[in-house]
Ligand binder design. Structure first.
Ligand code: HEM
Length: 161
């Protein structure tokens, strides 16, 4: 089965005919969101608190930021892979949905924002905290906003499907 059209048709009927498969993929989509988004939102709040408090708290938070990175990236990858599987199961519907593409733009912002956060964390470390913190506070605010926005858009996608 090398024809992409036939492969999509096969996947679409497999997905719609097997409730355990579609429920399992939805579960993994939400699991990635809880692990990745949960870790990201908790760290964003810590960053904003440390930004206001200053001093030693900032150094501790920088260690937390790098420790949590693997959970955020892992969760996001799981969400993207399972999201792609759901999208391909009903490509005709989702590809025509404005809501879906707005959600994808939101996911894109989260990815770019995460990369900027990693860069700002390294900058703050290299300059002993004298630089990087304004960027960290800004990207954390953006991250909080976009995780919740993408969550909302994802929930509303159910009415498109
Ligand atoms: C930050 C990342 C994401 C979040 C927070 C998120 C959140 C959600 C939520 C809450 C739902 C509703 C699940 C349900 O109860 O049925 C959903 C559905 C969906 N998501 Fe995501 N999602 C994310 C990324 C993605 C990506 C990257 C894709 C595509 C590549 C995607 C594609 C879909 C599709 C197609 C559905 C609709 C499933 C259906 O109702 O048939 N999502 N998402």
């Amino acid at each position: 089965m090398t024809d992409p059209g036939a492969l999509m048709k096969w996947w679409s009927s497999l997905y719609s005919d097997h409730a355990n498969l579609s429920n399992g993929i939805t579960f993994l989509h939400l699991a990635g969101l809880i692990v990745g988004g949960g870790a990201a939102v908790t760290t964003d709040r810590q960053i904003l608190k440390a930004w206001r408090a200053g001093g030693d708290r900032r150094r501790t938070v920088l260690d937390d930021v790098s420790a949590v990175h693997v959970f955020v990236v892992g969760g996001l990858i799981l969400t993207i892979v399972t999201g792609a599987l759901m999208m391909l199961a009903d490509w005709d519907t989702f590809s025509r949905s404005k809501l879906f593409w707005i959600k994808m733009a939101g996911v894109g912002v989260l990815i770019v924002n995460g990369a900027v956060l990693g860069w700002a964390e390294r900058l703050a470390r290299q300059t002993s905290g004298s630089r990087g913190w304004p960027v960290l506070a800004t990207v954390s605010t953006i991250s909080l906003f976009f995780w919740l926005t993408v969550l909302g858009l994802g929930t509303w996608l159910k009415s498109v499907a």
